[in-house]
Design a protein around this ligand. Structure first.
Ligand code: VGL
Ligand code: ZN
Length: 208
């Protein structure tokens, strides 16, 4: 069983969004091509879904501005601009993404006290989402991951997939990802490789 997981392909991470990733919308046609031609049995998508005043927002920390380092729940935390607030346009999937083809949507980041880059669990590993159980129950053997942002949510999701889905081949399709910072992307690629994540191109994803 081959599954595709589309990470946070939302307006907020695309040009014009509140936490825009450079060229973020370039991942949309790649995702749509994978949906159409990738031969996937299952297609899942994650959606960053924060309540107003989420603790990761710089705006709730009087001494912080966006992209400063701060603390959340006593742990180091990047202070983000307000983004992907529940039921806003910023949190909606990109309008060109073929969302009708998606079988399962995993929302995350709903707890105001803790951030959740990974679609599988929060950053402190206190609570898991339903995604791992869903994929296990479907008998997934290969999980291909792509989306935004490569150095945050794609990275944490792919590393967690290796840990939480033993025996599953986990691959990240790089053409379908864009990152927030160059250094972050370098570190993310190294960490994913170290964790046994395969970094592949679009052609490989479609052909096998
Ligand atoms: C993300 C930062 C904050 C992401 C989500 O989707 O990569 N990054 N929230
Ligand atoms: Zn977020």
């Amino acid at each position: 069983m081959k599954a595709l997981l589309l990470v946070d392909i939302q307006n907020g991470f695309c040009p014009g969004g509140n936490l825009a990733v450079a060229d973020g919308d370039a991942v949309v046609p790649v995702a749509n091509l994978l949906i159409r031609d990738g031969g996937y049995d299952i297609i899942a998508a994650s959606q960053d879904w924060h309540p107003e005043g989420h603790g990761s927002f710089a705006s709730v920390h009087p001494d912080k501005k966006p992209f400063d380092m701060g603390e959340l729940d006593g742990k180091p935390q990047v202070m983000w601009p307000d983004h992907c607030v529940q039921n806003t346009e910023d949190a909606a999937f990109h309008p060109d993404l073929d969302i009708a083809a998606v079988d399962y949507i995993q929302r995350k980041g709903e707890n105001p006290e803790i951030d959740s880059y990974s679609a599988f669990r929060d950053n402190e590993h206190h609570a898991v989402t339903g995604l791992a159980d869903y994929l296990k129950q479907k008998g997934v053997t290969t999980l291909d991951i792509t989306g935004l942002a490569l150095d945050f949510c794609v990275r944490f999701t792919a590393v967690d997939a290796r840990e939480m889905l033993p025996g599953v081949t986990v691959r990240v399709i790089l053409e379908g990802c864009r990152g927030i910072s160059e250094d972050g992307v370098e570190a993310a690629l190294a960490e994913m490789r170290e964790a046994g994540v395969e970094l592949i191109d679009l052609r490989t994803a479609i052909e096998d």
